[in-house]
Design a protein around this ligand. Structure first.
Ligand code: BGC
Length: 467
């Protein structure tokens, strides 16, 4: 008998909490980003927030109203460790209260340790460019484990590790920039940007592996995962997979999967050929440390890409010799949205993990879809979000169909519980199942049509699963 399917909804600490100075919290990198004039596109002030820290009891009721089995949230490192380094019990108490409240409602926790935001001191000391950050991350993780493990069903170390390494540390050509402008040469000397990105990737992978080992020493039955962005790539017809699309997928997904899960526990498939000296090596000891440190493979999925041969302008395209081209998949979040409706991309990605005949496969690790969703379509009334219902619905159906065909997918997570700080875009790009009235004192939450729809869909699918 398989475990029941996980039905979840997600948020991330910095995107919903507010309470920047509550609990003795210390400043984070995103606090500093929001102080840069003109940086946040909607001009919202650095204090603007959904006040999730204050309103957590009410929010747990919203989560309950969806009928989900699990809630995925992240822990703000700056709230539970002063300056990222010293335990802050007042900050931790908040997360314990949140977990207790969830438990009262029968909702299980998927806890994500790192979602895009870093204590400011640690950023200024070199962020993920230096190995010195690793013990601080392990200390933070240990504290979370000690205080919260009784509540947690799945731990996640990093949200979208690739996205953070390529967009959250240094400025990289063609990637969004979700960071401050660190002078990486101060920490690494005269090296290329690609090298800086790969050093950051390597340090994050090592930090992940150390936390995995630590948690398993404490309880070997615990489940620890890591999240990757589901950047499946296709050829011009949007369906075929060829050497260029495989290479592009490799550059954005397998570059991270391989050291963790490929039987060689190394960067494989010609990656070295493309990255050359910019690819830091693993020692034999590190390979052992990192080997198979994934109990649950998590993917955030919003869209795939179409690629062709030849170097495009971004760094990743330059290195791996491909160009991303336009697609004609439905722009279901409106003309300016980057999200696309193409569930098949996710299915191909999951099926690709099983490998082809004769190829060494990845182990058959359970897959959790840890985020999937679309922004409000500006041409629709936000509360009548039929585009979101279609988007989430088609993905759920495709995922459940893949599960019936034997793909080891164990759960689905809608992004997001409520409209929230969409990073550089501010609050105007809205992914929530609940609308938040930021103008009101109470930051009132109102269910969109998709909230009711998701609830009914979960009820229906759970009934069918029971039969
Ligand atoms: C991130 C979220 C973000 C969402 C929509 C994901 O990649 O994990 O933090 O809000 O994309 O942009």
């Amino acid at each position: 008998m398989r475990d029941p399917f996980i039905w979840a909804v997600a948020t991330a600490a910095y995107q919903i909490e507010g309470g920047r100075e509550t609990d003795g919290r210390t400043p984070s990198m995103w606090d500093a980003i929001r102080e840069i004039p003109g940086r946040i596109k909607d001009g919202s002030s650095k204090e603007m927030s959904c006040e999730g820290r204050k309103k957590y009891k009410e929010d747990v009721k919203l989560i309950k109203s969806l009928g989900v089995t699990h809630y995925r949230f992240s822990i703000d490192w700056s709230r539970v460790m002063k300056n990222g380094k010293t335990r802050n019990p007042t900050g931790m108490e908040y997360y314990k209260d949140l977990c207790r409240e969830l438990r009262k409602e029968g909702i299980q926790c998927i806890v994500n340790l790192f979602h895009a935001d870093l204590p400011l001191d640690l950023y200024n000391e070199g962020s993920w460019l230096t190995e010195e950050i690793i013990p601080y991350f392990v200390q933070f993780a240990r504290y979370c484990y000690e205080e919260l493990h009784e509540f947690v069903s799945i731990w996640v170390t990093f949200n979208e590790i690739r996205m953070h390494a390529w967009a959250g540390v240094v400025k990289v050509e063609g990637e969004p920039f979700h960071s401050l402008d660190i002078d990486y040469k101060k920490f690494l000397g005269e090296v290329s940007v690609a090298r800086a990105v790969m050093v950051a990737s390597r340090n994050m992978l090592l930090a992940h592996a150390k936390v995995y080992r630590l948690f398993h020493e404490k309880n070997d039955a615990c489940r620890v995962g890591i999240i990757l962005g589901g950047h499946a790539c296709f050829d011009a017809d949007g369906e075929t997979v060829s050497s260029v699309s495989e290479r592009a997928t490799k550059s954005m997904v397998h570059l991270y999967l391989d050291p963790l899960l490929h039987p060689s526990n190394d960067w494989t498939g010609g990656v070295r050929e493309y990255l050359g000296e910019d690819l830091p090596p693993w020692s034999e000891e590190e390979k052992k440390l990192i080997k198979n440190t994934v109990d649950v493979m998590c993917f955030n999925y919003y869209r795939p890409h179409i690629v062709k041969e030849g170097k495009g302008p971004s760094l990743v395209e330059q290195i791996f010799n491909f160009t991303m081209v336009d697609d004609d998949w439905p722009k279901i979040g409106g003309d300016s949205s980057w999200v696309r409706l193409h569930p098949q991309g996710l299915i191909s990605l999951m099926e690709g993990l099983r490998g082809k005949e004769g190829e060494q496969k990845y182990p058959n690790v359970p897959i959790l879809i840890s985020e999937n969703g679309v922004n409000d379509d500006p041409s629709l009334n936000s509360l009548d979000d039929t585009n979101r219902i279609r988007y989430i619905g088609e993905h759920i159906d495709a995922i459940l169909e893949a599960r019936r065909r034997g793909v080891n997918v164990i759960g689905y997570t809608a992004w997001s519980l409520m409209d929230n700080l969409e990073w550089d875009d501010g609050f105007e790009v809205r992914f929530g199942l609940f609308q938040v009235n930021l103008e009101s004192e109470e930051k009132t939450r109102t269910p969109k049509r998709s909230a009711e729809w998701y609830k009914k869909k979960i009820e229906k699918e759970r009934r069918e699963e029971d039969q």
